[in-house]
Design a protein around this ligand. Structure first.
Ligand SMILES: Nc1ncnc2c1ncn2[C@@H]1O[C@H](COP(=O)(O)OP(=O)(O)OP(=O)(O)O)[C@@H](O)[C@H]1O
Ligand SMILES: O=C(O)C1=C[C@@H](O)[C@@H](O)[C@H](O)C1
Ligand SMILES: [Mg+2]
Length: 172
């Protein structure tokens, strides 16, 4: 069964949008970060701190493949870095996959992330200026991978409802 995969930078709204889309479509939503945390009974923060990022990226890949092999239709919200490691970007193009990049500008990301960064290890210790600089560089490096998605939806200045509607149009 088809998998709807939402991807994009941290804070672009994958989890928020996927939850709403899940209600509208009556298809279960699984957040990859939460799936990983349940599987190893550790938070993402602790996995990064105790096991390191390479361990996390391997686990992330295995869990993504496991979700893609679920028999039922599901909405998968990826982690911000998922498409950028372990050739995961190739999995975005699969026959049973409908992948959507939630594309946000640097300013939107800084605004959304500055409110809640403590559980995001890559930015947890940065102030707003450092975060803007970091996101600008990081987004540039990652854009190639995000652009492998089959569809792209611009999320700047869009409400949650409007973005959900934009996605429903793609699915129609
Ligand atoms: N129009 C909007 N669309 C989506 N999210 C919005 C919007 N306006 C504000 N937000 C807020 O921006 C934040 C987006 O965070 P969310 O956790 O959904 O992003 P994410 O892409 O899942 O991040 P991560 O990769 O770190 O899991 C939330 O706090 C959400 O409430
Ligand atoms: O952008 C990233 O690399 C990450 C985003 C989060 O969703 C988590 O998957 C983790 O904090 C790494
Ligand atoms: Mg999320």
């Amino acid at each position: 069964m088809k998998k709807i995969v939402l991807l994009g930078y941290m804070g672009c709204g994958k989890s928020t949008i996927a939850k709403e889309l899940s209600k509208k479509l009556e298809i279960p939503f699984i957040d990859l970060d939460e799936f990983i945390e349940k599987k190893v009974k550790m938070t993402i923060k602790t996995i990064f701190a105790d096991k390191g990022e390479i361990y996390f990226r391997k686990l992330e890949h295995e869990c993504f493949v496991e979700l893609l092999n679920f028999p039922e239709a599901i909405i998968i919200g990826l982690g911000g870095g998922t498409p950028c490691y372990a050739n995961n970007h190739e999995l975005l193009k699969g026959d049973n996959v409908l992948s959507i990049y939630l594309k946000a500008s640097i300013d939107t990301l800084v605004e959304r992330l500055s409110l809640n960064k403590s559980n995001r290890p890559l930015i947890a210790n940065k102030n707003d200026d450092e975060m803007k600089e970091f996101i600008a560089t990081h987004l540039f490096e990652r854009s190639f991978y995000y652009n492998q998605a089959q569809h792209s939806v611009a999320v700047d200045q869009r409400t949650i409802e409007e973005t959900v509607e934009d996605i429903l149009k793609i699915l129609a």
